[in-house]
Design a binder for this molecule. Structure first.
Ligand code: PGA
Length: 250
C-alpha cells in the first residue's frame, strides 16, 4: 500500500511571525497522523519554519529553486541553499511558474535533476488547461509533461519524486475535478511511469491530486485507487482546515 502524502503550498503568503504561529498551532493537531505531511513555504519563512518544525512529524518544502548550485543568477535560490535551511522537498514546475515565469518542460527537467543530485525530493506538477480538457487532450498533455520532466532520470532516482496532477482550471477556482476524473488522470500518469520504468516503480510512485482540495472533498479524493494525497493551496493556510485534510483515515 502506498502512503498518503499531503503537502501544503502556501504560495506567496505568510510572514515569519504568521509561520511560527501556524506551525505552533498545527503540530499538536497532526502529531498522530499516519500520513506524510509537508509544508512548502516562501523562501523568507524557511529558516523560521525549519526551527519551529524541529521534533515534529512535519517535513519542510520550498516552492521553487534554480538548477545551478551558485553563480551570477540575481534573485535566484540554489538547491544547496535550500538544504542549508532544512528543506527536504521542493515543488518544481507549478503551473503558476510555467504560466507567469516562463518555466518550460526543459527547465523543469533540469531542476528535477539538480534537486535529486542535491538530495532534495521534487514534487513535480503537471496539468492541463480548460481548453485542452475541452478538446479531449488531457491525457496526452499530462503524460507528455511527465515524460519530458523525467527525461534521463533513472529508475533508482525516480523513486524520490512525487508527481502532483493539478488541472489548471481547478487551481484556486473552487472547482475540483471529480474524484473519478482525477483518479483517471492519475491512472494515465501511472501507466506512463509503467511504460518508462516498469510496473514495480509505477506501483510505488506517489501521485498527488491538486486543485481546490478542502477538508470537505479530500476524503472522497483520497478514497480512490490511485490518488496518493494532495498538494493543497488555499486550504493549507488555515490550521484546522489543513489538519482535517492531513488527518485522513481510510
Ligand atoms: P488551490 O491550489 O488548492 O488553492 O487550488 C493548489 C495548488 O496550486 O497547488
Amino acid at each position: 500500500m502506498r502512503r498518503k502524502v499531503i503537502a501544503g503550498n502556501w504560495k506567496m503568503n505568510m510572514l515569519p511571525g504568521d509561520t511560527i504561529n501556524f506551525i505552533e498551532g498545527i503540530i499538536p493537531l497532526v502529531k498522530d497522523t499516519e500520513n506524510e505531511v509537508i509544508l512548502c513555504v516562501p523562501y523568507t519563512d524557511l529558516f523560521y519554519a525549519w526551527h519551529s518544525l524541529e521534533g515534529s512529524n512535519i517535513h519542510l518544502g520550498a516552492q521553487n529553486m534554480h538548477w545551478e548550485e551558485s553563480g551570477a543568477y540575481t534573485g535566484e535560490v540554489s538547491p544547496n541553499m535550500l538544504k542549508s535551511v532544512g528543506v527536504e522537498y521542493v515543488i518544481i514546475g507549478h503551473s503558476e511558474r510555467r504560466a507567469y515565469f516562463a518555466e518550460t518542460d526543459e527547465t523543469v527537467n533540469k531542476k528535477i535533476k539538480s534537486a535529486l543530485k542535491n538530495d532534495l525530493k521534487p514534487i513535480v506538477c503537471v496539468g492541463e488547461t480548460l481548453e485542452q480538457r475541452e478538446n479531449g487532450e488531457t491525457e496526452k498533455i499530462i503524460t507528455t509533461q511527465v515524460e519530458k520532466a523525467l527525461k534521463d532520470i533513472t529508475r533508482e532516482e525516480v523513486k524520490d519524486i512525487i508527481i502532483a496532477y493539478e488541472p489548471i482550471w481547478a487551481i484556486g477556482t473552487g472547482k475540483t475535478a471529480t474524484a473519478e476524473d482525477a483518479n483517471n488522470s492519475i491512472k494515465a500518469i501511472r501507466s506512463k511511469v509503467k511504460e518508462l520504468y516498469g510496473e514495480a516503480t509505477a506501483e510505488e510512485i506517489i501521485i498527488q491530486y491538486g486543485g481546490s482540495v478542502k477538508a470537505s472533498n479530500s476524503k472522497e479524493l483520497f478514497d480512490t485507487s490511485d490518488i496518493d494525497g494532495a498538494l493543497v493551496g488555499g486550504a493549507s493556510l488555515k490550521t484546522e482546515e489543513f489538519a482535517n485534510i492531513v488527518n485522513y483515515k481510510k
